[in-house]
Write a protein that binds this ligand. Structure first.
Ligand SMILES: Nc1ncnc2c1ncn2[C@@H]1O[C@H](COP(=O)(O)OP(=O)(O)OP(=O)(O)O)[C@@H](O)[C@H]1O
Length: 258
């Protein structure tokens, strides 16, 4: 596939036969197949140790496939395409402090685009746009370490959005957020015109935000379907150690809209 075809691909992510063992021999992925279309919001569910983080680390080449392939908008994730892949796949890690290291919020958000060569008014506009998307434009000149956890998570999302990624990958985005911050982040994610893959143990959040979910279990995709359908399947949930919060009834929640 040539670069032009890749750039206009309707598939954001295509993972095929992905297998991976860590250097100590531990096999974490056994042959993962999945496709995510442009603009979809998909939750990646699964018990501890299922391989979710291992899979995510393959999406921008932090880990490279032992076997199989990963393509982002048609581009293979390999050494030759790494700069373009890292621009297209934005990963928001669970701990915002892994992503924020500059003296001000503005510099943190500018870091990625500046490293890609952007300068001057274009860079400033990019930073303002990303901060506005997460409602943090008024905090541009503050040191990140003076912000609350929820605000730092939003800035971490902005650092990734500033790269205008094809896919936004979020690792446990709702963890450690109070209910209002959790809802505000959901509103932000819903407002974005970007493909989203969200790793989460927060099943109500998955239902609220993601019309589709994947269950990764034992290093393979064990289920792929409408989030509401998966969450009401008690046998499936039990088989993969997934539990809804006490009293939560997925049938009572309106299905998320794409
Ligand atoms: N650096 C490593 N070396 C060896 N094994 C590892 C390494 N990192 C993870 N593993 C193993 O690979 C498997 C998958 O781990 P991974 O972190 O991908 O799971 P996960 O689904 O993200 O789990 P959690 O929900 O707990 O975050 C686990 O059995 C884990 O112990």
């Amino acid at each position: 596939m040539d670069a032009v075809t890749a750039a206009t691909s309707l598939t954001s992510l295509d993972v095929s036969g992905l297998a991976f063992a860590y250097p100590d021999g531990h096999q974490a992925l056994y042959g993962v197949d999945l496709t995510i279309a442009k603009g979809e919001r998909v939750a990646l569910l699964g018990p501890n140790g299922a391989g979710k983080t291992t899979l995510v680390l393959h999406l921008n080449g932090i880990l490279t496939a032992g076997a199989g392939s990963v393509r982002v908008a048609g581009l293979p994730v390999d050494r030759a395409n790494m700069a373009e892949i890292r621009r297209r796949v934005g990963i928001v890690f669970q701990d915002p402090d892994d992503q924020l290291f500059m003296p001000t919020v503005r510099e943190d958000v500018a870091f990625g685009p500046a490293a890609a060569g952007m300068r001057g008014a274009e860079l400033e506009a990019r930073v303002v746009r990303a901060l506005t998307m997460v409602g943090m434009e008024e905090y541009a000149d503050r040191p990140p370490h003076h912000l609350s956890f929820g605000q730092r998570r939003r800035v971490a999302v902005a650092t990734v959005l500033a790269m205008e990624p094809e896919i936004l990958v979020l690792d446990e985005p709702s963890s450690n957020l109070d209910p209002a911050s959790r809802r505000e982040l959901a509103d932000i994610l819903r407002s974005l015109d970007v493909t989203v893959l969200m790793v989460t143990h927060d099943l109500p959040y998955a239902l609220e935000l993601c019309p589709r979910s994947l269950i990764l279990s034992g290093g393979v995709i064990a289920a792929d379907g409408a989030t509401g359908d998966l969450l009401v399947d008690e046998e499936l949930m039990r088989a993969h150690r997934l539990e809804l919060p006490f009293g939560f009834d997925p049938r009572a929640v309106a299905p998320s809209v794409g």
